[in-house]
Design a protein around this ligand. Structure first.
Ligand code: UDX
Length: 439
């Protein structure tokens, strides 16, 4: 099939290459020229394991190309909308400017019978509104909503092997035809028996925001338990293991620590609350405000813990921050808890040096006031405390004995409960973690 993908950011670029991998003829469109130039030369504009290989492989087949001109999308039967929906400045609501512009730009190339497939995360009600625009301007073209659930760091795997497909379709014959077309697009995935939920627009839109709200709630739940563990001397790691053995609960997403960040969970729960307010159903989601509050409190607690171990004052203390990305295997620093903590420490007078295996360049651009180092050893040279704030494998595998040689004070704060407490304390470190007793 001939496919276009409008928006070649994180979601779109991976989606375009994945569609080519599935055998389709794909054109990726984006207004960002440097991004398109990089992609066309098989260079990923962001860090994502496995993506460059996929890109090189699919570009080599000739089935994938990139362009800045949406006119090149003409002739495709299926047009994916994969642009971002960031949080509006100073508001909770999602900014739909890019989704609207992308859909608008497609109107010039759409032909009757074409499918516009929304993949971006949007407030419920958006698809119905966009569908009206599409069908009014191009009678016979159909809009569907097909949310994407990919995780950064696993984007290729999640796109090629999703755990479910969700089709939000219009009613009637258009919906039937659209379903058949989507089944063709995802033929390999459908043939594998991947669960499929075929539904209406509103449900499809809500599946995504509900899933992210649930995940955020699960993380904040265990972080609330961590607060209680800190108050009672209980251990949140053992608690998570013990409740996680109940398969109705499950151990995944019960890792207590600095909480969630990134380009999805924080803004999605906020946009969901804003939309519920518009719909007069805000009461249903007031718990999400608490989920957000618990999450933000962890960052403040981390700074307090740093002050505590630094004998009550951060002024002039050298602090090494290991990790800047919002999670490992990513160079994404959007709403990064690690950088938020690093900035707060600096504001309180600490001399902060940040390191990260992938996210230093991005961090430097956005937080130029912080100091950066290429390695944990450089960041921690003569440090009064070391904070592990993103659980990269490199940091989990640090040798506490050798690492102890570079610091001034052997104090480690494990913001992600990622280190081996026994090994670090045996090497003479004062070990502190969120939700755990001092080691
Ligand atoms: C998330 C959803 O998982 C994905 O399905 C959706 O499409 C986009 O949003 P992503 O933002 O890539 O994906 O990251 P995810 O792995 O979900 O982690 C989100 C945040 O939660 C990270 O900051 C992570 O460190 C944190 N987290 C995750 C925890 O603090 N504890 C956990 O147990 C799990």
């Amino acid at each position: 099939m001939r496919i276009s993908v409008v928006g070649c950011g994180y979601l779109g670029a991976v989606h375009a290459a994945s569609m080519a991998e599935l055998g389709h003829d794909v054109v990726g469109v984006d207004v960002d020229e440097p991004k398109i130039a990089a992609l066309a030369q098989a260079r990923a504009p962001f860090y994502e394991p496995g993506f460059e290989d996929l890109l090189a492989r699919t570009l080599a087949t000739g089935r994938l190309r990139f362009t800045t001109d949406v006119a090149d999308a003409a002739g495709a039967q299926v047009h994916f909308v994969c642009v971002g929906t960031p949080q509006k400045r100073g508001e909770y609501a999602a900014d739909l400017r890019f989704v609207e512009a992308a859909t608008e730009s497609l109107l010039q190339v759409l032909a009757p019978g074409d499918l516009v497939v929304g993949k971006s995360t949007v407030p419920v009600g958006t698809a119905a509104r966009l569908a009206e625009v599409v069908t009014e301007k191009v009678p016979g073209a159909v809009l569907v909503w097909n949310p994407e659930f990919l995780r950064e760091g696993f984007a290729v795997q999640d796109t090629l092997h999703p755990d479910r497909l969700v089709y939000g379709l219009p009613g009637g014959a258009d919906g039937e035809t659209a379903k058949r077309t989507l089944d063709e697009v995802y033929a390999d995935i459908v043939a594998r028996g991947t669960p499929k939920v075929v539904t209406d627009y509103a449900t499809a839109e809500m599946v995504k925001t509900a899933a992210n709200s649930f995940l955020a709630t699960k993380i904040s739940f265990i972080n609330a338990m961590a607060e209680l563990c800190e108050a009672t001397g209980a251990d949140v790691l053992q608690l998570a293991d013990a409740i996680g053995f109940d398969d109705r609960i499950g151990r995944k997403f019960l890792n207590a620590g600095l909480g969630f960040g990134g380009g999805c969970l924080p803004k999605d729960i906020r946009a969901f609350m804003a939309r519920a307010g518009e719909l007069g159903a805000d009461q249903a989601l007031t718990f999400l405000r608490e989920v957000d509050n618990i999450n933000m409190r962890r960052r403040i607690r981390m700074v307090e813990l740093a002050r505590e171990v630094c004998d009550g004052s951060l002024l002039g203390k050298r602090i090494a921050v290991l990790g800047a990305a919002f999670k490992p295997d990513s160079d994404d620093i959007r709403d990064s808890p690690a950088l938020n903590v690093a900035a707060q420490l600096q504001l309180q007078g600490a001399v902060v040096c940040v390191t990260d295996p992938a996210a230093v360049d991005n961090s430097r651009r956005q937080w130029p006031q912080l100091d950066y180092a290429d390695t944990p050893e450089e960041a921690a040279a003569r440090a009064d405390a070391v904070l592990v704030l993103t659980e990269w494998r490199q940091y989990r595998e640090l040798d506490p004995v050798a690492f102890g040689q570079v610091v001034r004070q052997k104090r480690v704060l494990d913001g992600r409960n990622a280190l081996d407490r026994e090994a670090w304390t045996a090497a003479g470190w004062t070990y502190r973690a969120l939700g755990r007793r001092a080691g």
